[in-house]
Design a protein around this ligand. Structure first.
Ligand code: DGJ
Length: 736
């Protein structure tokens, strides 16, 4: 038989038929591997497709029959041209048409990536915690990604990150390197996000997500949350309320530039891609090097925002927040009572005031250091961490000693990542400063940021803390501030400037690791010109955070309310100051909903104000355990009602505290109707007694009356809030 073109055609045809048969056979018979990630209430189910793509086929409340997850894709009729809109980690440059989680330039300059499933492995970290790792590899390039899913069963939280590894013979550039790539199905999606500025933290906005990509990110480097934090909520089908609706909470564990893309895709499903920001941060990997992304956390609830927040707070106390099951110290801070204007004599009096007030610790704020350029304002001295001789001739040591005599503890403020150009540090080490070599410097609060990518700077920052403790073993608390953002991002040391933002944060964590290795338990407050830096990576090193410089109690009710969705009360440093028009009792009641502190001139308090403050500290000490470790229930939303109400209830449902505040001061406003309590045991009987009363005031509430939990949750209780009783704290006690 001679060779001709028709033979060739028929040869092709039969080969094609054989191929089609093979594909059909694999479609019919091949087993698709499903990988469920289950927590107490939820399941995220991944599936390895026949072509070895790893996809998400389900994320929601668990099905009662796990065998049915595989049927989920079959009941949707949504045309996906690429077959990878639900990719568990979307690569770019091959079939993908939407926002990628990862994008790379290979050693040969090629921009395509296709990640195929290789294997997976589940390890049990503890009874509660499991770690799933999934190996993915490009079939063409020697390039691999490992996905990590750490699931916390009881609290329904998952942490997700990835490791990206270059095995190619040459340098690969990571153009995008997200941590998590989530995929949700619902009729509609509602995003609650936050924005702000100095003294205006955590302002919520909630909108329906429309098609295309919505990005929440920061490019500020340090003080990264100044304009927006990474925490968010996404409600499914309709905006979740406090007690109803399905809602996903998430956030990036990264104290620098983050990025979150929310993409309603062409088939109406929601893709969420989150991690460190790739802005100006293309990251190169040499042969054999890998890149570990930060973790992203998320939790889902079908019982509304309140349930999601309680699970998250519990997870935070159990696993994330440093010393989350421990104790916290009440304190007196001198920032607003003295600013930079103090000396040993004044501080000595403040130490006595600390004792008089009955709080645990005195916190010396900014202004105690620098000699050549004394720190008498925010324009000089930052970076020169020697005690200012004219203010403190006997140094910190004398103050620590004196505090011990006075029976209180001593803490101190530092801002170790920053420098004023007017400082010896700046003069000696201009190459340690983040600034563009050929451009004018541009300042934020008259200061610049130190280059924490530089190991010498890391040593310097570590030594600031270390030498404070070495010289003053009695030092009991650190407030770590961070006031400036990064302008003119440039490191004199880095060869690859696009590594700067990532390496800065890694440098910061290296320092914090070292500090915690040597000083594992000392409490540290995370502060950033107010709440400019709080996330669950940083909170592994810090025991609390400063939510805002805005301590006007009315403002604080709103700010603390929104933070409380994401962070437990014990992590929230709340100080009573002179901000706002509310009386001392109101201000104190609001500050009690967290870690209580004061920043007032105690010596100027009237006799009854002082008496109130002293009693309030004792009252706080008697209920703080419930506030710190109890479950928090938001009862009446200040954005919707005239009265804001929040309660904390211990695990035994025996003891609780309910805080109630008037937030609308128009004529005749108050709690006209009862407020329904939550979380109580319906069968138990309770008494509600007003506590934290101002000296001489009597309560209009009969604290001896007994109510069944059922009544309190169905009918409610009236705290009798009105303009004459604008702040009411109730102690809830089970009656046996
Ligand atoms: C900003 C902080 O938020 C304040 O509490 C105070 O510590 C100042 N910095 C000190 O400069």
């Amino acid at each position: 038989m001679g060779f001709n073109s028709s033979n060739l055609k028929s040869g092709y045809k039969s080969a094609a038929l054989l191929f089609l048969f093979a594909v059909a056979a694999s479609a019919t018979f091949a087993q698709e591997t499903t990988i469920p990630i289950e927590t107490a209430n939820n399941a995220m189910v991944l599936q390895v497709a026949k072509n070895k793509d790893l996809n998400t086929i389900y994320f929601g409340v668990k099905l009662s029959n796990a065998a049915e997850y595989g049927k989920v894709p079959g009941v949707y009729n949504q045309d996906d041209y690429t077959g990878m809109l639900n990719s568990a980690y979307t690569s770019s440059g091959s079939r993908n048409l939407v926002e990628p989680a990862i994008s790379v330039t290979h050693a040969d300059g090629n921009n395509s990536l296709d990640l195929k499933y290789v294997s997976h492995n589940i390890t049990k970290v503890s009874d509660d915690v499991s770690l799933l790792t999934i190996q993915l590899k490009d079939p063409v390039y020697d390039f691999e990604v490992t996905l990590y899913y750490k699931s916390y069963f009881k609290d329904d939280v998952i942490e997700q990150w990835s490791t990206i590894k270059n095995n190619e013979k040459g340098v690969v550039t990571l153009n995008k390197f997200a941590s998590a790539n989530l995929y949700l199905k619902a009729g509609s999606f509602w995003l609650r996000q936050y924005h702000g500025d100095w003294a205006k933290e955590m302002q919520p906005e909630e909108t329906q997500i429309t098609h295309g990509v919505k990005t929440i990110d920061t490019k500020l480097g340090t003080r990264a949350n100044l304009f927006e934090p990474s925490v968010f909520m996404v409600s499914l089908d309709k905006p979740a309320t406090e007690d109803e609706g399905t809602v996903l909470y998430g956030g990036v564990e990264w104290s620098g530039n983050f990025r979150e893309d929310f993409e309603l895709d062409p088939t109406d499903n929601l893709r969420i891609i989150a991690g460190a920001n790739n802005y100006a941060s293309a990251y190169t990997l040499k042969t054999g090097e890998d890149f570990k992304t930060p973790a992203v956390w998320y939790t889902l609830s079908d019982k509304g925002r309140g349930d999601a927040s309680r699970k998250l707070q519990s997870w935070a106390r159990n696993y994330k927040l440093l010393d989350g099951k421990g104790t916290r110290m009440t304190l007196l801070n001198n920032w607003e009572s003295t600013y930079f204007d103090f000396n040993e004599q004044k501080l000595s009096e403040l130490l006595k005031d600390t004792k008089k007030l009955g709080v645990d610790l005195f916190l010396l704020d900014d202004g105690w250091f620098a000699n050549k350029y004394p720190r008498n304002g925010d324009h000089a001295g930052l970076g020169d961490w020697q005690e200012n001789k004219s203010k403190l001739p006997n140094g910190i040591a004398a103050l620590v000693k004196e505090s011990q005599t006075d029976g209180v503890k001593f803490g101190i403020w530092i801002e170790p990542e920053m420098v004023n150009p007017k400082s010896i540090l700046y003069e000696k080490h201009p190459d340690w400063v983040v600034k563009q070599p050929k451009r004018d410097e541009y300042y934020f609060r008259n200061q610049l940021v130190l280059d924490l990518t530089n190991p010498k700077v890391q040593d310097f920052v570590f030594n600031i803390v270390d030498s404070l403790f070495v010289k003053n073993p009695g030092l009991a608390f650190i407030k770590w501030d961070c006031n400036a953002v990064i302008y003119n991002a440039y490191s004199a040391r880095l060869k690859d400037q696009s590594h700067f933002y990532v390496d800065y944060v890694r440098g910061l964590y290296k320092v914090l690791e070292r500090i915690r290795a040597k000083y594992p338990v000392v409490p540290m407050m995370l502060c950033s010109g107010g709440g400019g830096r709080v996330d669950y990576a940083a909170l592994q090193y810090f025991t609390e955070f400063w939510p805002s410089d805005n301590t006007d109690p009315i403002e604080r009710i709103f700010i603390q309310w929104e933070y409380s969705y994401f962070y437990p009360a014990m992590a929230s440093a709340n100080h009573v100051t002179d901000w706002g028009k509310q009386p001392l009792k109101f201000r104190t009641d609001v500050a009690m909903m967290g870690r209580l502190g004061f920043d007032i001139v105690v010596s100027k308090l009237s006799g009854s104000d002082l008496q109130f403050a002293q009693d309030a500290v004792k009252t706080y000490n008697s209920v703080k355990q419930t506030i710190w470790q109890g479950d928090q229930y938001r009862l009446s939303d200040p954005r919707e009602k005239n009265v804001a109400s929040i309660m904390y209830l211990d695990a035994a449902k025996a003891n609780g505290v309910m805080f109630n505040y008037l937030v609308n001061y128009r004529y005749d406003q108050g709690s006209k109707t009862p407020i329904r309590l939550k979380g109580l045991d319906p069968k138990k009987n309770y008494k509600l007694k007003e506590i934290n009363l101002y000296p001489g005031a009597s309560s209009s509430i009969d604290g001896e009356k007994t109510y069944q939990g059922d009544f309190l949750m169905k009918v409610g209780f009236n705290p009798q809030v009105n303009t004459g009783r604008s702040s009411v704290v109730l102690q809830i006690s089970e009656i046996n």
